[in-house]
Design a protein around this ligand. Sequence first.
Ligand code: ATP
Ligand code: MG
Length: 459
Amino acid sequence: MAKDRVQYVCSNCGRTTPTYMGRCPKCGEFDTMAREVVVSETKTKSGKTRRPVSFNSTPQRIRDIVIDNTMRMKLPLTEFSRVLGGGIVPGSLVLLGGDPGIGKSTLLLSVADMTAKAHGAVLYLSGEESAQQIKMRAKRLDTHADDLYIATETSVSAMVSHIQEIKPVLVIIDSIQTCVSDDSSSAAGSVSQVRAAAAIFQEVAKTTGVTIFLVGHVTKSGTIAGPRVLEHIVDTVLYLEGDQFHRFRLLRSVKNRFGATSEVGVFEMEADGMQEVTNPSEAFLAERQINAPGSSIAITMEGTRPLLVEIQALTSSTAFANPRRTANGVDYNRLLLVSAVLSKRVRVKLFDKDIFANVIGGMTIDEPASDLALAIAIASSNKDKPVHADMAFVGEIGLSGELRAVSQLEQRLKEASKLGFKRCVVPRLQGRRLKNPPEGMEMIPCRSLSEAVDVALIG
Ligand SMILES: Nc1ncnc2c1ncn2[C@@H]1O[C@H](COP(=O)(O)OP(=O)(O)OP(=O)(O)O)[C@@H](O)[C@H]1O
Ligand SMILES: [Mg+2]
């Protein structure tokens, strides 16, 4: 009978080698080869080969499976629950990534405290901070749950024995990059260590039903450090975004096996921790200056939720041969496209102008539906005419200057109406088709960007 054999697999490109190599021969990445045991195939009586299988599962008819919605652990932090799809799912493995110092530990300590108060024991395992340092943060956040346990630990096997001893409902591991498992001899934080540790935590989560949150560091390019397979292993991937100079932090779900993706929760970083912002549109528009040229309101969708954001633009005569385009919070290429369409189709002269575009509150919007608001802000600044204060904008701009349909128009209009906007410029065909616009909201259907610029600007 054939024996099990060992091979090494590159977690970056999937190349296998029979011996360990420091550098993958295919993709050239260092320290990506992880050890794997290949289970031997066995021969059946008929001579056909068969993979060994486990027989501990019982097939059930899909219609007989009952969904138990009460299973989810709901938290008083509703923004957090919503991003997870309605609460923490027991037995799930969740990865939270984010830039250094953005507030990952702060957010998860609050979550740990709330869960311990409402649902049972929580174990917070930190490989980065001592129990004293965590206690200092806990004091600042006014954390005082009885059932919250803290340990400073980096060994995965010790962590697992703590979990078996305390039997918590939730475990927080801060961070996966500091974990050291016996299955890999590489340094902590290396690809094979991260992968080996994550695989163990996944097994623990699935077999014991405990939910595990893993904190993951983010590389310079903005992805979670470690192998891409980490994102496949876990059930949910969350990113905490925002910049340190702005108060707002956005918790975004990029993968979720138990809820909608690209769902966003908005928080504010305060001295006493992360406070949720239940009405983000209102917060983003709080400091808006009415009747100032160069500002317009976009209604963008973040996951299933409409958000109103202010887009500002400033055009000024350039001192260079090539005018500058600076995009902050909007996609640079979309800024170029929108400026080109404005110059060519609306005759807004921008060839000798520097353009600065900014989204207020540290938000980043990448939805084409906010093209129109960006174009209106640029046109408004260039003509030095303000935009009507009660008007919001939705529409994607095509290269011929036409306005194109967007998704979920009705929901967007409802949100704008809730915040007191009375008029909204929308793509013409879509506006005509929409039978029931929200009460008190006037739709202004426009076919092209030039029509929209005419109705948007005062004077
Ligand atoms: N006393 C304080 N008052 C207000 N804000 C504070 C205070 N102390 C820390 N902060 C905020 O908390 C942030 C650090 O949060 P936290 O340690 O949770 O981040 P992190 O994402 O876990 O960082 P790391 O990647 O280094 O672990 C700081 O950047 C700061 O903005
Ligand atoms: Mg931290």
